[in-house]
Design a protein around this ligand. Structure first.
Ligand code: UDP
Ligand code: MG
Length: 326
C-alpha cells in the first residue's frame, strides 16, 4: 500500500522551486529556441526554476544542443538515456531527478503552450491543488481516422476502468507528494496520462489548445500508437479477459442448441448437411480460440515483463548546469 509521508508536505511559497521536466527525442533542430521560449515565461513570472531535460536516446544533434544550453545556465540539468526507451520512461527519469516542490511535465515541441504555466502554478500556490492537469480543448490538427481511433480507444478505457482520458494530456503540474506517490508505483510498463488520473489527489483541470509543432515531426507512427493503446488498455483493465469468458459462455449455449438440433436431425433420419456446417463451425471456433489465446498472451507478456523487473531506463550521462562536462 502506498502511503504519503506527511514530511513530504511542503510549504507553498511564491519562491518554491519549480522543476520543468521535458522528454526530448530527435528535436535538435529547434530544442534550444523552444526551451528559451519556455524559460522566458518562467523568468517573466519570477519563478524559481530548474529544467530537467531528458534526451531519450536521440540520434540527431539534440544532446550537443542540450549540452550547449547547460553550459552557462545553472538551471539546466540534462540527462541522456542510453537508448530510446520511449517518452514514458524518459518522463520517469525526469521525475526521478526533479527536486522541485512542484514539477511541471511538458513536451519539448511547444505543443503545450508555455503561456498557461503561470495559471497552473497559481492553482498550486493559491488554490492548494496538488495536480493541475492540462486538458486538450481542441486536439490540434489530426486526420479523421486518427481522431476516430483515439475516440474509440478512450471510450473503451473509460467504460472499462472509469478513467476518463479523452482530453487528457501529458502537460501536468504535480505537487511533490504526487511525484513521491508516483515514484512508489512499482510497475515497469507505465502510461503516464492514466497513472496521474489513477493516483487521485486534489486535482484541477486547465484547458489549452494544442499548438502546432514548431519543427520536426511527431514520433508516433501507427505501430507505436497501437502499442501504446494496447499497453494502456492492458494496464488499466482486465475486461478483455472477462470478455473471453463471456464469449465462451455464449458459444456454449450456441453449442448446446446446435448439438440438440444435430442429434434430433440424426435421430429423425435427416442428418444435417455435411461440409458447410462443419467448415463454418471450424472457422468460427478456430478464430475465437486464436483471438482468446492472443488476448491471454498479451496479458502474459505483460506479467512476464513485470516479473523480469528490469529498470525502466538506463542513464548514460547526467550533467548539471554550469558543470565543466558541458
Ligand atoms: N518523445 C520522447 N521519446 C520518444 C518519443 C517522443 O521523449 O520516443 C518526446 C518528444 O521529443 C516530445 C514529446 O515526447 O517532446 C511528445 O512527442 P511528439 O511531439 O512526437 O508526440 P505528439 O505531440 O505528436 O503526441
Ligand atoms: Mg508533439
Amino acid at each position: 500500500m502506498i502511503s504519503v509521508d506527511k514530511s513530504t508536505e511542503h510549504i507553498r511559497r511564491s519562491d518554491s522551486l519549480l522543476s520543468v521536466v521535458i522528454p526530448i527525442y530527435q528535436e535538435g533542430s529547434h530544442i534550444k529556441s523552444s526551451i528559451k521560449v519556455i524559460e522566458n515565461v518562467l523568468i517573466e513570472n519570477n519563478f524559481v526554476y530548474e529544467f530537467i531535460l531528458v534526451d531519450d536516446g536521440s540520434k540527431d544533434n539534440s544532446w550537443s544542443e542540450l549540452k550547449s544550453l547547460a553550459k552557462d545556465n545553472e538551471a539546466m540539468n540534462i540527462i541522456r538515456l542510453s537508448r530510446n526507451f520511449g517518452k514514458e520512461s524518459a518522463l520517469c527519469a525526469g521525475l526521478e531527478y526533479a527536486r522541485g516542490d512542484m514539477v511541471l511535465v511538458m513536451d519539448g515541441d511547444l505543443q503545450h503552450p508555455p503561456e498557461i504555466i503561470p495559471a497552473m502554478v497559481n492553482a498550486w500556490l493559491h488554490e492548494g491543488y496538488d495536480l493541475v492537469d492540462g486538458v486538450k480543448h481542441s486536439r490540434g490538427k489530426e486526420n479523421i481516422i486518427y481522431r476516430a481511433c483515439a475516440k474509440l480507444f478512450y471510450y473503451f478505457i473509460y467504460k472499462s476502468s472509469d478513467i476518463n482520458l479523452g482530453r487528457a494530456s501529458d502537460f501536468k503540474l504535480l505537487d511533490r507528494k504526487v511525484v513521491e506517490a508516483w515514484k512508489e508505483l512499482p510497475e515497469r510498463a507505465i502510461f503516464f496520462r492514466g497513472m496521474s488520473a489513477w493516483v487521485g489527489f486534489k486535482r484541477k483541470e486547465i484547458e489549452f489548445d494544442v499548438a502546432e509543432r514548431v519543427n520536426g515531426k511527431t514520433k508516433w507512427s501507427l505501430i507505436r500508437l497501437i502499442r501504446l493503446a494496447v499497453n494502456a488498455i492492458t494496464s488499466y483493465t482486465s475486461v478483455p479477459l472477462h470478455f473471453i469468458t463471456l464469449l465462451g459462455v455464449v458459444m456454449f449455449f450456441g453449442a448446446v442448441a446446435l448439438g440438440l438440433h444435430t442429434l434430433f436431425m440424426k435421430l429423425s433420419g435427416r442428418a444435417s448437411d455435411g461440409f458447410t456446417t462443419v467448415i463454418i463451425l471450424l472457422l468460427v471456433i478456430g478464430s475465437a480460440i486464436m483471438t482468446s489465446l492472443g488476448i491471454i498472451g498479451i496479458y502474459l507478456t505483460k506479467i512476464y515483463k513485470e516479473v523480469k523487473a528490469r529498470p525502466r531506463y538506463l542513464i548514460s550521462d547526467y550533467i548539471r548546469g554550469g558543470d565543466d562536462k558541458c
